[in-house]
Design a protein around this ligand. Sequence first.
Ligand code: GUN
Length: 285
Amino acid sequence: MTARIIDGKAISQELRAAWKVRVNEIKARGVTPGLAVIIVGEDPASRVYVGNKVKACAEAGIYSEHIALPADTPESVLLARIADLNANPAIHGVLVQLPLPRHIDSNQVLEAIRPDKDVDGFHPMNVGALVTGNTAFPPCTPSGTMKLLEKMGIEIEGRHAVVVGRSNIVGKPMALMLLHKNATVTICTSRTVNLAKYTRDADILVVATGKPGMITGDMIKPGATVIDIGINRMPDGKLTGDVEFESVKEVAGYITPVPGGVGPMTITMLIENTIQAAERAIIRN
Ligand code: GUN
């Protein structure tokens, strides 16, 4: 058996086609949706991600501010920039790219973003809303994954979903979203003893550990859906996921490639959240 490839790029394109109408409707009300993206430091991967986010804004007809701060920026300066953006009516979404340099307290920074401009969905208020089943701003990578499952017609209710990884950005919100769709959810980490015991029982396996190739074909239930959220740059410059694609695709029913799987969906969902933030701002005013 060879798995069907879940083409995140094609599904992204399909969703992006609907942006134009929504953005034009917002502009007809005299508002241009605006997103501010802040990056602190020189992390090469973060710079690529931020560049892609800014590019997607242009493609969608959204105004964007790209704020690049040096790695030694004091936390107080970053907080002051966020306060300005919170008060700026031209900005509907504020995103601080993670990870931040070690001298900055990420939680403090994420809590400083106005919850109604928190298009990443990382503010504790939006995290709390996700726990109780309200999806004010669903975090982009897990919500992009849910969209892929929906578009591929993959059944979630009653199935065993195993999430490997427990980050605030992906693992935890992913597990909650699957739970809200009535999956039976197991959360593992890269340190779970006998990980294969759990992964082999997964109807849906979502992997977000940042450990290249850690999931191999012998760890998969035949016909399972395998979602690879890892993006790892190898010494030869190639991108690879947390799933060993070649062996897993021989056992799985569906699989996301890296690149071209979940990655494009993350940015698509970010733009969707930004458009929604602008729509809500119009309703409020
Ligand atoms: N770093 C890795 N993924 C993300 C994301 O979705 N949002 C932000 N802000 N930083 C990230």
